[in-house]
Design a protein around this ligand. Structure first.
Ligand code: HPA
Ligand code: ZN
Length: 337
Protein backbone atom coordinates (compact mmCIF):
# COMPACT_ATOMS: atom_id res chain seq x y z
CA UNK A 1 0.00 0.00 0.00
CA UNK A 2 1.30 3.48 -0.87
CA UNK A 3 2.20 5.50 2.21
CA UNK A 4 0.17 8.58 2.99
CA UNK A 5 2.82 11.28 2.95
CA UNK A 6 2.55 14.92 3.92
CA UNK A 7 3.10 15.70 0.23
CA UNK A 8 0.10 13.62 -0.76
CA UNK A 9 -2.15 15.35 1.77
CA UNK A 10 -0.81 18.75 0.72
CA UNK A 11 -1.45 17.95 -2.95
CA UNK A 12 -5.16 17.27 -2.39
CA UNK A 13 -7.33 20.31 -3.14
CA UNK A 14 -9.56 20.34 -0.07
CA UNK A 15 -12.84 21.80 1.23
CA UNK A 16 -13.46 22.66 4.88
CA UNK A 17 -17.09 22.71 6.07
CA UNK A 18 -16.71 22.89 9.84
CA UNK A 19 -14.42 25.61 11.12
CA UNK A 20 -15.43 28.30 13.61
CA UNK A 21 -13.62 31.52 12.68
CA UNK A 22 -13.44 32.38 16.38
CA UNK A 23 -11.78 28.99 16.84
CA UNK A 24 -8.92 30.12 14.60
CA UNK A 25 -7.88 32.81 17.10
CA UNK A 26 -4.24 31.87 17.74
CA UNK A 27 -2.55 32.76 21.07
CA UNK A 28 -0.21 35.14 19.20
CA UNK A 29 -3.27 37.02 17.88
CA UNK A 30 -4.78 37.24 21.32
CA UNK A 31 -1.64 39.18 22.27
CA UNK A 32 -1.45 41.39 19.18
CA UNK A 33 -5.17 42.24 19.30
CA UNK A 34 -5.03 42.92 23.05
CA UNK A 35 -2.12 45.32 22.45
CA UNK A 36 -3.92 47.06 19.58
CA UNK A 37 -7.10 47.47 21.63
CA UNK A 38 -5.42 48.43 24.93
CA UNK A 39 -6.65 45.30 26.74
CA UNK A 40 -4.70 43.88 29.64
CA UNK A 41 -4.36 40.07 29.60
CA UNK A 42 -3.94 37.78 32.58
CA UNK A 43 -1.15 35.94 30.71
CA UNK A 44 2.45 37.05 30.13
CA UNK A 45 3.01 35.35 26.77
CA UNK A 46 1.34 33.09 24.16
CA UNK A 47 2.90 29.96 25.69
CA UNK A 48 1.09 30.64 28.95
CA UNK A 49 -2.18 30.92 27.03
CA UNK A 50 -1.65 27.47 25.49
CA UNK A 51 -0.67 26.07 28.89
CA UNK A 52 -4.08 27.18 30.20
CA UNK A 53 -5.94 25.22 27.47
CA UNK A 54 -7.35 22.73 29.92
CA UNK A 55 -10.39 21.26 28.19
CA UNK A 56 -11.75 17.77 28.64
CA UNK A 57 -15.36 18.22 27.51
CA UNK A 58 -17.53 20.67 25.59
CA UNK A 59 -18.37 23.10 28.45
CA UNK A 60 -14.74 23.38 29.61
CA UNK A 61 -13.67 24.11 26.01
CA UNK A 62 -16.42 26.68 25.45
CA UNK A 63 -15.47 28.60 28.61
CA UNK A 64 -11.96 29.22 27.28
CA UNK A 65 -13.17 29.84 23.73
CA UNK A 66 -15.65 32.59 24.72
CA UNK A 67 -13.25 34.28 27.17
CA UNK A 68 -10.54 34.69 24.51
CA UNK A 69 -12.92 36.44 22.09
CA UNK A 70 -12.93 39.57 24.23
CA UNK A 71 -9.91 40.83 22.24
CA UNK A 72 -12.03 40.98 19.04
CA UNK A 73 -13.48 44.50 18.98
CA UNK A 74 -13.26 46.26 15.60
CA UNK A 75 -14.07 45.45 11.99
CA UNK A 76 -10.33 45.29 11.37
CA UNK A 77 -9.99 42.67 14.12
CA UNK A 78 -12.57 40.41 12.46
CA UNK A 79 -10.95 41.01 9.07
CA UNK A 80 -7.53 40.02 10.44
CA UNK A 81 -8.94 36.96 12.21
CA UNK A 82 -10.60 35.64 9.06
CA UNK A 83 -7.71 36.61 6.79
CA UNK A 84 -5.26 34.71 8.96
CA UNK A 85 -7.39 31.58 8.68
CA UNK A 86 -7.68 31.97 4.90
CA UNK A 87 -3.90 32.29 4.64
CA UNK A 88 -3.50 29.04 6.56
CA UNK A 89 -6.12 27.46 4.30
CA UNK A 90 -4.24 28.58 1.19
CA UNK A 91 -0.93 27.24 2.57
CA UNK A 92 -2.59 23.85 3.09
CA UNK A 93 -4.31 23.78 -0.33
CA UNK A 94 -7.76 24.20 1.19
CA UNK A 95 -9.47 25.82 -1.79
CA UNK A 96 -13.05 26.08 -0.54
CA UNK A 97 -14.44 26.89 2.94
CA UNK A 98 -17.86 27.27 4.54
CA UNK A 99 -16.80 28.88 7.82
CA UNK A 100 -18.99 29.51 10.88
CA UNK A 101 -19.15 32.65 12.96
CA UNK A 102 -20.92 33.27 16.29
CA UNK A 103 -22.44 36.79 16.21
CA UNK A 104 -24.16 36.47 19.61
CA UNK A 105 -20.77 35.97 21.25
CA UNK A 106 -19.93 39.50 20.04
CA UNK A 107 -23.22 41.43 20.22
CA UNK A 108 -23.50 40.26 23.85
CA UNK A 109 -20.25 42.21 24.46
CA UNK A 110 -21.58 45.33 22.74
CA UNK A 111 -19.96 44.72 19.33
CA UNK A 112 -22.42 45.58 16.53
CA UNK A 113 -23.50 42.72 14.24
CA UNK A 114 -22.50 44.75 11.17
CA UNK A 115 -18.94 45.24 12.49
CA UNK A 116 -18.51 41.47 12.71
CA UNK A 117 -20.03 40.43 9.40
CA UNK A 118 -18.52 43.29 7.40
CA UNK A 119 -14.99 42.50 8.60
CA UNK A 120 -15.37 38.81 7.79
CA UNK A 121 -16.96 39.51 4.42
CA UNK A 122 -14.15 41.83 3.37
CA UNK A 123 -11.64 39.08 4.24
CA UNK A 124 -13.65 36.57 2.19
CA UNK A 125 -13.44 38.85 -0.85
CA UNK A 126 -9.71 39.41 -0.42
CA UNK A 127 -9.08 35.68 0.17
CA UNK A 128 -10.84 34.89 -3.10
CA UNK A 129 -8.92 37.43 -5.17
CA UNK A 130 -5.51 37.36 -3.45
CA UNK A 131 -5.27 33.74 -2.27
CA UNK A 132 -7.65 31.83 -4.54
CA UNK A 133 -9.61 30.57 -1.52
CA UNK A 134 -13.35 30.57 -2.21
CA UNK A 135 -15.77 30.69 0.74
CA UNK A 136 -19.42 30.99 1.79
CA UNK A 137 -20.30 32.06 5.33
CA UNK A 138 -22.58 30.30 7.86
CA UNK A 139 -24.12 32.21 10.78
CA UNK A 140 -24.28 30.06 13.91
CA UNK A 141 -26.78 30.65 16.69
CA UNK A 142 -25.69 29.88 20.24
CA UNK A 143 -28.06 27.15 21.45
CA UNK A 144 -27.55 28.02 25.12
CA UNK A 145 -29.12 31.42 24.44
CA UNK A 146 -32.86 31.85 23.85
CA UNK A 147 -34.79 31.21 20.64
CA UNK A 148 -35.85 34.88 20.84
CA UNK A 149 -32.22 35.97 20.73
CA UNK A 150 -31.62 33.72 17.72
CA UNK A 151 -34.65 35.27 15.98
CA UNK A 152 -33.35 38.78 16.73
CA UNK A 153 -30.00 37.90 15.20
CA UNK A 154 -31.63 36.42 12.12
CA UNK A 155 -33.45 39.76 11.75
CA UNK A 156 -30.06 41.56 12.03
CA UNK A 157 -28.75 39.25 9.30
CA UNK A 158 -31.57 39.95 6.84
CA UNK A 159 -29.94 43.07 5.31
CA UNK A 160 -26.82 40.89 4.79
CA UNK A 161 -28.39 37.84 3.16
CA UNK A 162 -26.09 38.23 0.16
CA UNK A 163 -23.16 37.53 2.54
CA UNK A 164 -24.57 34.27 3.95
CA UNK A 165 -25.18 30.78 2.60
CA UNK A 166 -26.67 29.17 5.68
CA UNK A 167 -27.28 29.05 9.40
CA UNK A 168 -25.95 26.64 12.01
CA UNK A 169 -26.35 25.90 15.71
CA UNK A 170 -23.46 25.52 18.14
CA UNK A 171 -22.38 26.01 21.80
CA UNK A 172 -23.54 23.94 24.77
CA UNK A 173 -25.86 21.19 23.59
CA UNK A 174 -27.01 19.87 26.97
CA UNK A 175 -30.79 20.47 27.28
CA UNK A 176 -30.72 22.68 24.18
CA UNK A 177 -32.31 20.44 21.54
CA UNK A 178 -32.86 21.33 17.86
CA UNK A 179 -36.62 21.67 18.52
CA UNK A 180 -35.94 24.80 20.63
CA UNK A 181 -34.98 26.54 17.36
CA UNK A 182 -37.53 25.00 14.97
CA UNK A 183 -39.27 28.32 14.21
CA UNK A 184 -36.02 30.27 13.67
CA UNK A 185 -34.67 27.60 11.32
CA UNK A 186 -37.95 27.44 9.40
CA UNK A 187 -37.73 31.21 8.95
CA UNK A 188 -34.09 30.95 7.84
CA UNK A 189 -35.10 28.36 5.26
CA UNK A 190 -37.83 30.69 3.95
CA UNK A 191 -35.11 33.33 3.42
CA UNK A 192 -33.24 30.91 1.15
CA UNK A 193 -30.60 29.87 3.68
CA UNK A 194 -29.26 26.33 4.05
CA UNK A 195 -29.53 24.65 7.46
CA UNK A 196 -27.02 22.75 9.55
CA UNK A 197 -26.76 21.99 13.28
CA UNK A 198 -24.13 20.65 15.63
CA UNK A 199 -24.93 17.21 17.01
CA UNK A 200 -21.81 17.06 19.14
CA UNK A 201 -20.25 13.77 20.12
CA UNK A 202 -21.62 11.85 23.12
CA UNK A 203 -23.89 14.64 24.36
CA UNK A 204 -26.96 14.01 26.50
CA UNK A 205 -29.97 12.98 24.33
CA UNK A 206 -27.75 13.05 21.26
CA UNK A 207 -29.56 10.36 19.25
CA UNK A 208 -32.83 12.19 19.83
CA UNK A 209 -31.18 15.46 18.70
CA UNK A 210 -30.06 13.83 15.45
CA UNK A 211 -33.57 12.49 14.93
CA UNK A 212 -35.04 15.99 15.41
CA UNK A 213 -32.52 17.36 12.91
CA UNK A 214 -33.80 14.91 10.31
CA UNK A 215 -37.51 14.77 11.05
CA UNK A 216 -38.36 18.20 12.46
CA UNK A 217 -35.75 20.65 11.16
CA UNK A 218 -34.94 18.78 7.93
CA UNK A 219 -31.35 19.96 7.97
CA UNK A 220 -29.17 20.08 4.87
CA UNK A 221 -26.14 18.83 6.79
CA UNK A 222 -25.11 17.68 10.29
CA UNK A 223 -22.04 18.89 12.18
CA UNK A 224 -20.28 15.99 13.95
CA UNK A 225 -23.21 13.49 14.05
CA UNK A 226 -21.05 10.48 14.99
CA UNK A 227 -23.70 9.12 17.37
CA UNK A 228 -26.06 8.45 14.47
CA UNK A 229 -24.18 5.14 14.34
CA UNK A 230 -26.13 4.06 17.44
CA UNK A 231 -29.34 3.94 15.39
CA UNK A 232 -29.72 1.77 12.34
CA UNK A 233 -32.66 3.72 10.93
CA UNK A 234 -30.91 7.08 11.36
CA UNK A 235 -27.87 5.78 9.44
CA UNK A 236 -30.10 4.48 6.67
CA UNK A 237 -31.97 7.77 6.40
CA UNK A 238 -28.79 9.91 6.43
CA UNK A 239 -27.33 7.75 3.66
CA UNK A 240 -30.60 7.82 1.69
CA UNK A 241 -30.72 11.64 1.81
CA UNK A 242 -27.03 11.94 0.97
CA UNK A 243 -26.59 14.20 4.02
CA UNK A 244 -23.07 15.30 4.84
CA UNK A 245 -21.54 14.84 8.30
CA UNK A 246 -18.71 17.20 9.24
CA UNK A 247 -16.47 15.14 11.50
CA UNK A 248 -13.56 16.74 13.40
CA UNK A 249 -11.12 14.02 14.56
CA UNK A 250 -8.58 16.05 16.55
CA UNK A 251 -11.33 18.11 18.17
CA UNK A 252 -13.04 14.86 19.16
CA UNK A 253 -9.83 13.58 20.63
CA UNK A 254 -9.64 16.65 22.87
CA UNK A 255 -13.29 16.80 23.83
CA UNK A 256 -14.26 13.12 24.04
CA UNK A 257 -10.81 11.46 24.05
CA UNK A 258 -11.53 9.57 20.81
CA UNK A 259 -10.11 10.25 17.36
CA UNK A 260 -13.25 8.53 15.96
CA UNK A 261 -11.31 6.74 13.19
CA UNK A 262 -13.40 3.58 13.58
CA UNK A 263 -16.60 5.60 13.52
CA UNK A 264 -15.55 7.47 10.35
CA UNK A 265 -14.85 4.14 8.65
CA UNK A 266 -18.20 2.79 9.81
CA UNK A 267 -19.96 5.82 8.32
CA UNK A 268 -18.23 5.37 4.97
CA UNK A 269 -19.09 1.67 4.98
CA UNK A 270 -22.77 2.57 5.47
CA UNK A 271 -22.74 5.04 2.58
CA UNK A 272 -22.84 8.10 4.85
CA UNK A 273 -21.02 11.18 3.50
CA UNK A 274 -18.47 11.83 6.24
CA UNK A 275 -16.01 14.71 5.78
CA UNK A 276 -12.92 15.79 7.75
CA UNK A 277 -12.63 19.22 9.35
CA UNK A 278 -10.68 21.15 11.96
CA UNK A 279 -13.48 22.75 14.11
CA UNK A 280 -11.35 25.10 16.29
CA UNK A 281 -7.83 24.67 14.93
CA UNK A 282 -6.12 27.30 17.08
CA UNK A 283 -7.30 25.52 20.21
CA UNK A 284 -6.83 21.94 19.08
CA UNK A 285 -3.51 22.85 17.42
CA UNK A 286 -4.44 21.13 14.16
CA UNK A 287 -5.67 22.61 10.86
CA UNK A 288 -7.03 20.52 7.97
CA UNK A 289 -3.84 18.76 6.90
CA UNK A 290 -2.95 17.77 10.46
CA UNK A 291 -6.41 16.23 10.86
CA UNK A 292 -5.91 14.13 7.72
CA UNK A 293 -2.36 13.20 8.72
CA UNK A 294 -3.38 12.00 12.16
CA UNK A 295 -6.02 9.73 10.60
CA UNK A 296 -3.33 8.25 8.36
CA UNK A 297 -0.70 7.92 11.10
CA UNK A 298 -2.84 6.79 14.03
CA UNK A 299 -5.85 5.11 12.43
CA UNK A 300 -4.24 3.73 9.26
CA UNK A 301 -6.37 5.65 6.76
CA UNK A 302 -5.28 4.97 3.17
CA UNK A 303 -4.88 7.36 0.26
CA UNK A 304 -8.16 6.10 -1.20
CA UNK A 305 -10.02 6.68 2.05
CA UNK A 306 -8.63 10.22 2.35
CA UNK A 307 -9.57 10.88 -1.27
CA UNK A 308 -13.12 9.69 -0.60
CA UNK A 309 -13.42 11.91 2.49
CA UNK A 310 -12.05 14.89 0.54
CA UNK A 311 -14.37 14.30 -2.41
CA UNK A 312 -17.32 13.98 -0.02
CA UNK A 313 -16.61 17.49 1.30
CA UNK A 314 -17.05 19.04 -2.14
CA UNK A 315 -20.08 16.84 -2.79
CA UNK A 316 -21.95 17.85 0.39
CA UNK A 317 -20.84 21.49 0.20
CA UNK A 318 -23.38 24.13 -0.78
CA UNK A 319 -21.56 25.02 -3.98
CA UNK A 320 -23.31 25.01 -7.35
CA UNK A 321 -23.00 21.84 -9.42
CA UNK A 322 -20.74 23.75 -11.82
CA UNK A 323 -18.30 24.71 -9.04
CA UNK A 324 -18.38 21.18 -7.63
CA UNK A 325 -17.51 19.86 -11.09
CA UNK A 326 -14.56 22.24 -11.25
CA UNK A 327 -13.18 20.93 -7.95
CA UNK A 328 -13.85 17.25 -8.81
CA UNK A 329 -11.66 17.74 -11.87
CA UNK A 330 -8.83 19.18 -9.77
CA UNK A 331 -9.16 16.29 -7.33
CA UNK A 332 -9.22 13.65 -10.05
CA UNK A 333 -5.82 14.88 -11.28
CA UNK A 334 -4.29 14.12 -7.88
CA UNK A 335 -6.17 10.82 -7.56
CA UNK A 336 -4.63 9.59 -10.79
CA UNK A 337 -1.11 10.75 -9.95
N1 HPA B 1 -19.38 22.43 19.41
C1 HPA B 1 -20.18 23.35 19.93
N2 HPA B 1 -19.90 24.63 19.95
C2 HPA B 1 -18.75 25.03 19.41
C3 HPA B 1 -17.87 24.15 18.87
C4 HPA B 1 -18.21 22.77 18.85
O1 HPA B 1 -17.51 21.90 18.30
N3 HPA B 1 -16.81 24.87 18.44
C5 HPA B 1 -17.07 26.17 18.72
N4 HPA B 1 -18.25 26.27 19.31
ZN1 ZN C 1 -17.93 22.93 15.86
Amino acid sequence: MTAVTQDFIQSLPKAELHVHLEGTLEPEHIFSLAARNGIELEYDNPEDVVAAYDFHDLPSFLKIYYAAMDVLRTEEDFYDLAMHYFRRAAEQNVVYVEPFFDPQAHTSRGIPFDTVINGIHRAQNDAATELGVESNLILCFLRDMSAESAAEHLAMAEPHLDKLIGVGLDSDEKDNPPSKFADVFAHARSLGLKLTMHCDVNQKDIVEHIRECLELIEVDRIDHGINALESDDLCTEIARRGLGLTVCPVSNRFVVQNLTGDEIRAMLARGMKATINSDDPAYFRAYMNENLQVLADEAGFTRDELLTLTRNAFEVSWLSDARKGHYYEQLAKVGQA
